[in-house]
Design a protein around this ligand. Structure first.
Ligand code: 13P
Length: 260
């Protein structure tokens, strides 16, 4: 079994000092352990350097990520940050196509794909988010919706590009609502996504691709979610803003690895 990955998506939260404090608290809690679970912190863009500075310290146990990137290479795009700039800051991961960006900032699968390609060109791992709304699930369209998202993004990559890409299934109805997908629901969809990858890229690639679950994952439910065979870790929102809670999720990842 491959090590779990736990990614903290801070979204648009934390003042600068609070961000510094949270990183210090997480570092303090990590220092006594040697975790196999891979940890990524995705603060607001403005604090990327803060996190990369810490991630670059000797013995650091986490990687630096961000939550967004421009679809463009460079030039007159006021307010945007390019993948090349992120690479220059030693950012290793970037969330793309989060449902909040799709909803509030009009990100389509085509834009998400452009962003992924910009990141891959700059050796940054895209964490591509997919997932359905509550209406789509109620109408039993969730598999269809996710399949389209995968076909229009992941299917457009070369096998080599997919090797450096992760997928996060985040059902929109579970994000920030406290209503987590049941372990069975998470497993069912992640296994479906893996089968889509297998169809296009083969078994080995399907087994090796990291597919994470996100949506109201916390210290209480992480163990059960991470125990599902196709859940390779979590993309964590609210629970990544408190060091104690975030640590419980990381510990859940460790427990599953040690038991297998
Ligand atoms: P919550 O964990 O707050 O539900 O958010 C999930 C998420 O959107 C992570 O990207």
């Amino acid at each position: 079994m491959k090590p779990k990955i736990v990614i903290g998506n801070w979204k648009m939260n934390k003042g600068f000092e609070e961000a510094e404090d949270l990183i210090s608290e997480i570092e303090e809690k990590l220092q006594d352990y040697n975790f196999e679970t891979e940890i990524v912190l995705c603060p607001p863009m403005l604090y990327a350097e803060l996190v990369t500075d810490h991630a670059n310290e000797e013995g650091s146990q986490f990687y630096a990520g961000v939550q967004n990137v421009s679809e463009y290479e460079n030039g007159a795009y006021t307010g945007e940050v390019s993948a090349e700039m992120l690479a220059g800051m030693d950012v290793s991961f970037c969330i793309v196509g989060h449902s909040e960006r799709r909803k509030y900032f009009g990100e389509t699968n085509a834009i998400v794909l452009k962003k992924m390609l910009r990141l891959l060109t700059n050796d940054i791992v895209p964490v591509m988010c997919c997932g359905e709304t509550l209406e789509e699930r109620k109408a039993e369209k969730h598999f269809e919706v996710v399949q389209k998202q995968i076909e229009e993004t992941i299917y457009q990559l070369t096998p080599k590009q997919l090797e450096s890409t992760m997928i996060a299934y985040e059902p929109i109805w579970a994000i920030g609502t406290g209503e987590t997908a049941t372990p069975d629901q998470a497993q069912e969809m992640l296994s479906f996504i893996r089968s889509l990858i297998e169809k296009k890229f083969g078994t080995e690639m399907a087994v090796n691709t990291y597919i994470l679950y996100g949506g109201s994952c916390n210290g209480k439910n992480a163990l059960e979610l991470f125990s599902q065979p196709d859940v390779d870790g979590g993309l964590i929102g609210g629970a990544s803003l408190k060091a104690d809670e975030f640590m419980k999720i990381i510990e859940a990842g460790e427990t599953v690895i040690k038991e297998n």
